[in-house]
Design a protein around this ligand. Structure first.
Ligand SMILES: C[S@@+](CC[C@H](N)C(=O)[O-])C[C@H]1O[C@@H](n2cnc3c(N)ncnc32)[C@H](O)[C@@H]1O
Length: 285
């Protein structure tokens, strides 16, 4: 049955309901403190169990940066930046300036607070907004980056038009996303949706059509389904040994059903209901 709070809400309300949770930043800090971390002297390593909100974690972010040829002078826009783990990785390991944009307010608040405590606020900043209506300047970014935020966005054509608008000529759009596989309906809940109205995964053909229609040209792509599946199985095995929701893992930022979402995500990939692609497109000069 559909949650009655969702029937009246618009898209941003239902996404916020799905991902958001009150006092997230405070809960993270409490969990860190209880795990024996010094919250006045945090390191990025203290956050690695939960601040990259995708199956592949930190390694996948590093791989994607190499895949896209990210360089230190790049000005990056991270669409659907979550609590900012990937943005901080790009800033501290690749030297870029990163703007994260996310529709979920509690994620943006947590992203800012964690970045402030890591003394990274000069390299990463966060804007709370909808990716299909970005309050950001045109032709400003060298790279638009998106990890697992596309499956939530219904208006994919409008999104790609916005991405084209904010990219500099010659700029890159690099993303990792789930697409609809050949087998049919996905099992819910999954990380990006508990109800069908938040699930907007598209077929690979439709995604390609929308990218090309927006004016973006294909540079490179990889089917990384098996690779991501392996990482997700490892993450699930680790999660099943976690004693409580307050420990430092994804359960800290996913409000409910985290293990069920993990199991369904794995099953969807194993049954070819979903495929994972990493893609690099470019705006012509
Ligand atoms: C699975 S999480 C991935 C977060 C982050 N990319 C990472 O890998 O750590 C998907 C993110 O997309 C964001 N999102 C969904 N729809 C959005 C929209 N229309 N505009 C901006 N952000 C959106 C969600 O709030 C969530 O933070």
């Amino acid at each position: 049955m559909i949650d009655p709070r969702l029937e009246k809400s618009d898209c941003s309300d239902s996404i916020d309901h799905h991902y958001g949770s009150a006092d997230l930043a405070e809960r993270i800090l409490t969990a860190l403190r209880e795990a024996g971390k010094d919250i006045e002297n945090l390191s990025r390593e203290d956050l690695t169990g939960f601040d990259e909100f995708h199956a592949g974690g930190l390694d996948a972010t590093r791989e994607m940066a190499l895949f896209a040829g990210i360089s230190p002078e790049d000005e990056i826009l991270d669409l659907g930046s979550g609590i900012g783990g990937p943005a901080r990785t790009l800033a501290s390991e690749f030297g870029c300036n990163v703007t994260g944009l996310d529709i979920t307010k509690s994620f943006c608040d947590a992203a800012r607070e964690l970045s402030r405590r890591l003394e990274m606020s000069d390299k990463v900043k966060f804007v709370c907004a909808d990716a299909v209506d970005m309050p950001l300047p045109s032709e400003h970014y060298d790279t638009v980056w998106a990890q697992y935020s596309l499956p939530n966005i219904k208006q994919q054509s409008a999104l790609f038009e916005q991405i084209y608008r904010v990219l500099k000529p010659g700029g890159s759009f690099v993303f990792e996303t789930l697409c609809q596989g050949p087998v049919g309906e996905i099992h819910l809940p999954v990380f990006w949706a508990a109800e069908p109205q938040n699930n907007h995964i598209q077929t690979p053909a439709n995604t390609l059509k929308n990218l090309v229609a927006a004016g973006l040209s294909k540079i490179n792509f990889e089917d990384v389904t098996e690779h991501v599946l392996e990482a997700a199985r490892c993450r699930l095995a680790a999660a099943e040994t976690q004693p409580s929701a307050s420990t430092l893992w994804l359960g800290l930022i996913v409000p409910y059903d985290v293990q069920k979402k993990m199991r369904n995500s794995i099953r969807n990939s194993e049954e070819r209901r979903t495929i994972v692609f990493r893609k690099h497109f470019r705006k012509p000069r």
